[in-house]
Design a protein around this ligand. Structure first.
Ligand SMILES: Nc1ncnc2c1ncn2[C@@H]1O[C@H](COP(=O)(O)OP(=O)(O)OP(=O)(O)O)[C@@H](O)[C@H]1O
Ligand SMILES: [Mg+2]
Length: 292
């Protein structure tokens, strides 16, 4: 896919510009409130004395990109792992695509996928072998064409026959993204998908992911410490602090509400105080952060 510089929303967009390339699915624009693809209620995860996730509630609308934000250790990755059924909750309810993750994990995992900068693929297998293993797990018919197409799309066709252990971290990140898209997921969990990418490749990857999201009306939960990326990409964000939801809303809405100049400012306030202490904020997060 040819990459055209500046194709996705520019940095520091004026209100209304951010989503101009991607016609919205959201309730206000379609007038149709859609059933959430993810519905999480009072989700709690305790590791010994530590409450990593503390009564978190949120929903993800079809085709929505939701940013999950918060300081190191705030509970983002644990939340994603819970929603994927990779770890069991201490309490709470998780429904994905209308199914209870604890009862229908297998069926859910056929229709969702995830990518993490920090989960490694087997290093002694080549990129091709890795993707072939996953293709077989998903029962893909035209695995070869799918794999080659994805590697091409993320501009790493040359790594096909190289063992993963010999790849750069940026190449592994993109290979992970190819893995995450093999089964044409309806819901994608991206845990810091651009963390190890140089600014040029990061922009191309954002653009490619947005193209795919738009083509397939994909629903995405996206974590990142890059607030500009979040501002530009996400329809809505949730800030976690010490496992709790402390702020939720559209990026511009949050800036309007807090009168902060940037999400970086909001992030730092939340990270340092465990809550939001910007002068203009009247109230912190809603107890339940559902679809707006
Ligand atoms: N398996 C585990 N056993 C014990 N504690 C854990 C485990 N996994 C995570 N934690 C703890 O839970 C808390 C939340 O961790 P989590 O990885 O969800 O944070 P995060 O928001 O993803 O942070 P980061 O931005 O650094 O990726 C941290 O205090 C972490 O040390
Ligand atoms: Mg994490």
């Amino acid at each position: 896919m040819p990459f055209e510089p500046g194709e996705w929303a520019p940095l520091g967009p004026a209100p209304g510009m951010v989503y101009s390339r991607f016609p919205k699915h959201r309730r206000g624009e379609t007038g149709v409130p859609a059933a959430p693809v993810i519905d999480v209620t009072d989700l709690t995860k305790r590791f010994g004395d530590l409450l990593a996730v503390d009564r978190v509630s949120f929903a993800l609308a079809p085709g929505e990109i939701l940013g999950l934000l918060g300081a190191n250790g705030a509970g983002k990755t644990t939340t994603l792992q819970l929603v994927l059924g990779l770890t069991a909750p201490t309490s709470g309810r998780i429904r994905v695509l209308g199914m209870d993750i604890e009862k229908k994990r297998r069926a859910v995992l056929q229709r969702v996928n995830f990518s993490s900068a920090y989960i490694s693929l087997p290093t002694n297998l080549t990129a091709w072998e890795n993707l072939l293993v996953f293709s077989r797990l998903y029962g893909l018919r035209r695995a070869r064409a799918k794999i080659l197409g994805l590697l091409e799309r993320f501009e790493i066709p040359h790594v096909l026959n190289r063992v993963v252990g010999s790849l750069s971290s940026g190449q592994i990140t993109r290979l992970n993204l190819c893995k995450a898209l093999l089964n044409d997921p309806e819901v994608l969990f991206l845990d810091e998908p651009t963390a190890s990418l140089d600014p040029d490749i990061a922009e191309k990857v954002r653009c490619t992911l947005l193209d795919i999201q738009h083509e397939r009306h994909l629903s995405i939960i996206w974590t990142s410490h890059n607030m500009q990326e979040i501002t530009n990409l996400c329809d809505r964000v949730i800030f976690l602090a010490r496992g709790r939801v402390v702020l939720e809303g559209g990026p511009q809405e949050i800036l309007d509400r807090t009168r902060a100049d940037s999400l970086d400012e909001v992030f730092i306030s939340v990270a340092r105080s465990g809550n939001l202490h910007l002068p203009a904020v009247e109230a912190t997060a809603p107890a339940s952060a559902g679809i707006p």
